[in-house]
Every structure is written in structure tokens, then in C-alpha cells.
Write a protein that binds this ligand. Structure first.
Ligand SMILES: Nc1ncnc2c1ncn2[C@@H]1O[C@H](COP(=O)(O)OP(=O)(O)OP(=O)(O)O)[C@@H](O)[C@H]1O
Length: 737
């Protein structure tokens, strides 16, 4: 039982008789063979108190992100040690200067050089902060100099910026965390400055300006490469740091600038768009959602369909490199240079290294890159055809992915027909099962050739087997694992073949406008069935999102997939980066004990996204996620906040929210005390049900019912959140039209 050796040679792992449910019950599982996708190379060093749940070995233990290889060796990065990882050095500075009287002592990782999210704002603020430290004496003056330098964005928002930034920036290191208090700095350094020092200050201001221009040039390069959503997320909309400058102290949100419209202009539903057998389900004009095709519900919010996780890698990779340099105390100039070189390299070899980006990676903990990131690609045949298998003495590429050859027969049985894509953890191919009667298609997940990934894959296999054993009739909408085997050092997981994931469905049928309510109801019901099975078997999925839900060809049936992050409920230790960020429940962020409610939260986010075509919470990091969540769901009850081991990272002693924002003029990250209104400023209902939308009474009622279900999925209080079983009984689900 769970005593498989990870190094075991070729052979089948799944046999019909050997896998009984009790063999993989969470309890025994835990005490015996714990496979951890996050364990990676340092897994053996991990204490048993370091819970180990995650799907990819490149993702850090449970909620933390993938470490770079060299970081794997240190267990100090294990978030389960309750180490809080901060976005940058300012946190330690902040604490070291005693400004904040935290109720808890925390440790901070000194090394944070990892990131990758396209939603992450650029790193310049951090550099600027370093500048702040260096030029502390002259900061006040130099900042004012910058202010008058005609930064392009400032011209655009001249008036607002003027109002917000007329005040000199504090020159006091102890005031590194600015507040919304606009009181001008009254220190005497400017008044007592000598002519010499003034000249020094001016020189420094000029240097800063030169650096700013360089950074701006780099940012512009990144902008030009970024996907529309990234551009929007980074440079427009009320949730971007840049626009936080327009955010009034009360936390209300400024309307986005005109340019902040949805990246891809929502177009009326195009009759020529791809049809599916379930076209009626997906665009039934009689249904509430159906008549919304062609009528974008939320043109001002990031599109869920538009995001291409592979497209922003250069930018992320470059910034990642840049941060590494910063941490190594190499000059910014050199770091900038390195970034430019990197971009050039990538441009020159566009096909050689296709980086992968997980859009939901954490902004502030690490990167989830493998050493050589890869991309999830569309099914393709051409690349594989060019391989000359006869010439190969190594079946893997440099990253440990199996180099699949089309029409190759794997395990003397599966004839490869298409590459479905690559994740961080595996490549997925479609193949024809030549040993099946009907030559049916299957999907095979070929785990990368890496010991810890293999272990993580074995964990996924065990959980999938347990779930299947508890659903003999296959009625619970969890993807079916048919068998697993070993092939040339790779663990291969053979799955029933599905057609596409729900992000792809959204892209195809509901770009920017979402799917209709009939489809949402069908999918919601099936998700609740899947989650009720998982709950019955005591597993958390911990990575639910449209990408991990697969639809069959008819699009009528969906299945929960990618259980690489799943784990027994007993392994629910604090892990502030568990679950992809946009779908991350607040209790995870706040360090409150969590359970099955986290999957219901993710389900709520997913259903909203499927209906509107927009991502519900697009926080750049955990801090910004909380702000997003409160703007939509209202204030957290104090009682709840007091339960959180990490609450005081985001709230002060009086439980006022400390929002981290980027000052557009100085680039500095500042903390603003935000008075969150009890009444949400962007409440769920108004985002779901446009006031001016004409619809009949029946449709409105139905939409209200959906809103009520989402309300219950997205209850801030985990213990009050609806359960999968109750979800199945909700009127929105039980109602038949
Ligand atoms: N059974 C299947 N049928 C069809 N396509 C599949 C199947 N399983 C996976 N895929 C495709 O492969 C993609 C990656 O699968 P999966 O998420 O399981 O791999 P992963 O390596 O864990 O990815 P990630 O890096 O996102 O964790 C899916 O998004 C889906 O598009």
C-alpha cells in the first residue's frame, strides 16, 4: 500500500484488483506514502509537519509557488512552516523600524526572487524603493522634481495626480509606509540644505529621472508584448496599481479610463462562430444568458477568455531575472541591461523556448517556472513530425518532458494522434487505444521525468483511484483515470478523452459575454456533484478554475480534472498561496483554518466567470485580492479576521485594511489605510444583473436565483458557505424551465 518506489521501473501502476478504497483513505495515505507535487528536490528534508499538497513540484508546497531548482534545497521556503513571504524588502524594513506593532511575530523570507503572474505590477516600484533607501535624505525634493517632469501618464491624469501628489513624499525611513494622510513632510532637510547638497540632490534627481526613463522604455516593450488582458490588468482599471493613484482614501473605485475597455472589443454573437452539438445549451436565445450573447455584460472588466497564459512569459521571465539581479545587489542598470538582452534572446529564438505562464501564479511569493519554462500549446502535429526518432538517444527534452512522436506507439498500445499541450507538470497527448475494441481515443498525461513530479503524479493517481472507487457508475463528474504505467522513465496517466477545458469553451462560445444560464446551471450541478464526491472521500481539490474543468464533445458534460493539487482534508495547514490566486478563498489568504469551503469559493468564482466572461477577482497579490473581495463582498467580520494567523499582515490592530498601492509618480509601494464601506462598492448583484438590462420577469427571477447561489458560494464566512450537497438543492439548480 503506497509503498511504490518512485524509482520503480516500467510497469503498470493501476491494476483492477489491487486498488481498494481503504488503501488510499486519507488517513492511511497520510501516514504512509505521502506524495507531494510540491516536495520537489527537498521533499525528503521536509518534516512531517510540513504538509505537502500541491500539484506541481514546481509549485512550492501547498499554496506557495514553484521554486527554482536551486531554491528547492532549502526547506525555509516551505510555507507550511508558517513563514510569511513578502513582496519585497520593504516588509522587513517596515517591521524592523517598528512602525507596525504586529500582534504576532513572523518570519520573513529574505529571498524572494520569484514571480510570474501577468497581473503582477511591474517591479519598478521595488527598485524605486531601493532608491528611497539610498537617497533617503533627498527623497522629498527629488520626488517633487520627478513630479514636474511630465511623466506621460501624469499628463493624462494631470489634475488628479496633481491633487494626489502635490505633497512631498516623506523622507523619513520610518514613514516608509505612507498613509493617505496628505500632511506634507515637515522635516527640515530641505530648508537647511546647502547649495552643495541641493546640487547633489538635483544630480540624484536627474539620475532617478534617467532611470525612470529607462524603466519606462522597458515597460513599453513589455506592454507591446503583453496580451490585452495583461495590459489592462497592469495599466488600467481601478484595480491596477497605476490607477490606485485615483483611488480616493475611502477605497471607492474610480471609473476606469476610456482606454480601459475590455481588451477584445466584445462583438455581437457571430453566427459563424464555431458551433457545437450543444449550441442550444450554450446560446439558447430563450434563456437568460442566451439573449445576452451580443450584449457584453461587463465590458470594463478583464476578459476570462482573452487571457493567453503563454503569451506573457517574456515579460515575466524578464522581470524575474531582473529581480534576481536586484537581490544579488547587482546594479539596476545591469539588471535593466539583462532584461533587454533577455528579451532580445527570446526574440531571436522565438520557437526554441516557449515559456509557460500560469496566469494565476502568485505575484508575491515566487515563480512557478521550471528552469526552462514551457508552454501549454494547442494541439499540434507539425512539431512532432519533424522529430527523427531514430536519431534520438534521449527521449526527453532538457526540461524532462517526453518528446512525443506522432504515430508513435506508447506502451505498445497507444498510438499518438495529437499533442494536447504542456503544463508545468506534464505534457498531455491524445492517442488511439489500439487495444480497445473501438480504437477509442484517450488522453495521456506524461509526467515530466523528475523524481518529485513523479511522486506527485503517484499521489494524483491514488486520489483519482479512490474517487473512482467511490463512484463506480461514473456519475459524479470527476475525470476518469483508466490506468497508469511507466514509459521510458515517465509516469503516464491514461484518462478518458475529453474535448476541451472550460476556458476554451468560454473562448469559443462566450468570449467576453459568457455562457447562458442554462449552461451555467448544467455545469454548476455537475460541479456540485463532483465536489460532493470529493467531500465524501474527504479530499480538497484546491485548484478549481475553468482551466481544470474539462468538457466533453457535446459540451453537455463536464468533469473536474487536474487533481494534482488535491489532498486529504487532514492536510489543511496554513498555506496562504494555496489555490490559483483569482480563485483563492479569503480564509486561505488570512491564514484561517480552511476546509471544503475553499472549493465552493472557487466554484463561485468559476460560475461567475462562466456567466459573465469576466474574472471576478483579479487581485495582483493576496493584499489586492482582499481589497477586490471586500469591494465586492463587503467588510470581513472582525470575528473572522481575529481568527486569521495572517490577518495582521493586511489589517492594522484596529482591523483597518492596509492596502498596498503603487504610487504612480514615485513608483513606490505605499500602504494606504482604506476605509472599507460596509456596503460593497462593486457588489456581486450589480455585476451580474445590469440595471438597464431589459429582460422579462421570468429571466430576472432566474438571474436573481443564480445571484443568490453565488452569494452563498462566496460567503466570506467559510462556515456559512454553502456545501456541495446544499448547492444541489438550491432553487437555481433544482428549478426546471
Ligand atoms: N482527459 C483529458 N482530455 C482532454 N484534454 C485533457 C485531459 N486532461 C488534460 N487535458 C488537457 O491538458 C491540459 C493540462 O492538463 P493538466 O491540467 O491535468 O496538466 P498539468 O500539467 O497538471 O497542468 P498545470 O500546469 O495547469 O497544472 C488541460 O488543461 C487540458 O486542456
Amino acid at each position: 500500500m503506497h509503498s511504490r518506489s518512485a524509482s520503480r521501473s516500467e510497469g503498470e501502476y493501476l491494476s483492477s484488483d489491487s486498488e481498494k478504497k481503504k488503501a488510499i483513505r486519507p488517513s492511511s495515505y497520510r501516514s504512509d506514502h505521502r506524495v507531494n507535487r510540491h516536495s520537489r528536490t527537498h521533499s525528503s528534508a521536509r518534516s512531517r509537519h510540513s504538509p505537502s499538497r500541491s500539484r506541481s513540484p514546481y509549485r512550492a508546497p501547498r499554496g506557495e509557488k514553484r521554486h527554482r531548482e536551486d531554491e528547492h534545497r532549502s526547506s525555509k521556503h516551505d510555507p507550511r512552516t508558517f513563514t510569511v513571504r513578502y513582496e519585497d524588502d520593504r516588509r522587513s524594513a517596515y517591521h524592523s523600524h517598528g512602525d507596525h506593532k504586529s500582534k504576532r511575530s513572523r518570519t520573513y523570507s529574505p529571498s524572494r526572487s520569484r514571480s510570474r503572474s501577468p497581473y503582477r505590477h511591474n517591479r519598478e516600484p521595488e527598485k524605486a524603493q531601493v532608491e528611497d533607501m539610498r537617497n533617503i535624505k533627498s527623497q522629498s525634493v527629488s520626488t517633487q522634481d520627478q513630479k514636474s517632469d511630465g511623466v506621460p501618464q501624469l499628463e493624462t491624469h494631470a489634475k488628479t495626480v496633481k491633487q494626489n501628489h502635490e505633497q512631498p513624499v516623506s523622507n523619513d525611513i520610518n514613514q516608509e509606509y505612507a498613509t493617505t494622510d496628505p500632511t506634507p513632510n515637515t522635516s527640515d532637510n530641505s530648508s537647511s540644505a546647502s547649495a552643495d547638497s541641493t546640487s547633489t540632490v538635483m544630480d540624484e534627481a536627474a539620475m532617478i529621472e534617467a532611470r525612470r526613463k529607462r524603466r519606462e522604455a522597458i515597460k513599453n516593450q513589455h506592454r507591446s508584448r503583453a496580451t490585452p488582458l495583461l495590459v489592462q490588468a497592469l495599466h488600467s482599471g481601478p484595480e491596477t496599481p497605476a490607477d490606485s493613484i485615483n483611488t480616493p482614501p475611502n477605497g471607492s473605485v474610480s471609473p476606469p479610463p476610456a482606454s480601459a475597455s475590455t481588451p477584445t472589443t466584445p462583438a455581437p454573437f457571430d453566427g459563424s462562430a464555431p458551433q457545437s452539438p450543444a449550441a442550444n445549451l450554450l446560446k439558447d436565445a430563450d434563456s437568460v444568458g442566451g439573449d445576452m450573447f451580443g450584449s457584453p455584460k461587463h465590458a470594463d472588466e478583464p476578459s476570462a477568455a482573452d487571457y493567453d497564459p503563454t503569451a506573457d512569459m517574456q515579460d515575466e521571465r524578464a522581470r524575474h531575472d531582473k529581480r534576481l539581479f536586484k537581490e544579488d545587489e547587482v546594479s539596476e542598470d545591469k539588471a535593466d541591461q539583462r532584461v533587454l538582452e533577455h528579451i532580445k534572446d527570446v526574440e531571436e529564438q522565438p520557437q526554441q523556448k516557449k515559456p509557460e505562464l500560469d496566469m494565476f501564479a502568485e505575484d508575491d511569493d515566487d515563480d512557478m517556472f521550471a528552469d526552462e519554462p514551457t508552454t501549454k500549446s494547442k494541439p499540434t502535429e507539425t512539431a512532432a513530425k519533424t522529430l527523427d526518432v531514430g536519431m534520438m538517444d534521449n527521449w526527453d527534452d532538457a526540461e524532462g518532458y517526453y518528446l512525443t512522436n506522432l504515430r508513435e506507439k506508447i506502451d505498445d498500445r497507444y498510438e499518438v494522434t495529437a499533442n494536447l499541450g504542456r503544463g508545468m507538470f506534464a505534457s498531455v497527448i491524445r492517442a488511439r487505444d489500439t487495444k480497445s475494441k473501438d480504437g477509442r481515443s484517450v488522453a495521456i498525461k506524461i509526467i515530466r521525468n523528475n523524481e518529485s513530479m513523479r511522486k506527485a503524479g503517484l499521489k494524483e493517481v491514488d486520489i483519482l483511484k479512490d474517487l473512482a472507487a467511490n463512484d463506480p457508475d461514473d456519475r459524479k463528474h470527476v475525470v476518469r483515470l483508466l490506468r497508469s504505467f511507466d514509459h521510458k522513465g515517465h509516469l503516464c496517466m491514461v484518462f478518458e478523452n475529453m474535448d476541451m477545458n472550460l476556458r476554451e469553451v468560454l473562448k469559443k462560445f462566450g468570449r467576453d459575454i459568457g455562457l447562458n444560464l442554462k449552461a451555467i446551471r448544467t455545469y454548476a450541478q455537475q460541479l456540485f456533484l463532483g465536489l460532493s464526491l470529493m467531500k465524501k472521500c474527504q479530499y480538497l481539490h484546491a485548484d478549481l478554475k475553468p482551466d481544470n474543468i474539462l468538457a466533453d464533445e457535446s459540451r453537455m458534460k463536464i468533469k473536474i480534472a487536474d487533481l494534482g493539487s488535491a489532498s486529504p482534508i487532514t492536510e489543511n495547514a496554513t498555506a496562504p498561496y494555496l489555490v490559483s490566486r483569482f480563485y483563492r478563498a479569503p480564509e486561505v489568504i488570512l491564514g484561517i483554518d480552511y476546509d471544503y469551503g475553499i472549493d465552493m469559493w472557487s466554484t463561485g468564482c468559476t460560475l461567475f466567470e462562466l456567466y459573465t466572461g469576466k474574472i471576478l477577482f483579479t487581485g495582483r497579490n493576496n493584499n489586492n485580492m482582499l481589497k477586490n473581495i471586500m469591494e465586492c463582498r463587503g467588510k470581513f467580520p472582525h470575528k473572522l479576521l481575529r481568527k486569521g494567523s495572517l490577518s495582521y499582515d493586511y489589517f492594522d490592530d484596529l482591523l483597518n485594511f492596509r492596502a498596498q498601492e503603487q504610487d504612480k509618480a514615485t513608483g513606490r509601494i505605499v500602504t494606504k489605510m482604506i476605509d472599507i464601506k460596509a456596503k460593497p462598492v462593486r457588489d456581486l448583484r450589480s455585476r451580474l444583473i445590469p440595471k438597464d438590462k431589459k429582460m422579462n420577469e421570468q429571466d430576472r427571477k432566474e438571474l436573481e436565483s443564480f445571484a443568490d447561489l453565488l452569494d452563498k458560494c462566496l460567503d466570506l464566512r467559510p462556515e456559512k458557505r454553502i456545501t456541495p450537497m446544499d448547492g444541489l438543492k438550491h432553487p437555481f439548480i433544482t428549478r426546471t424551465k
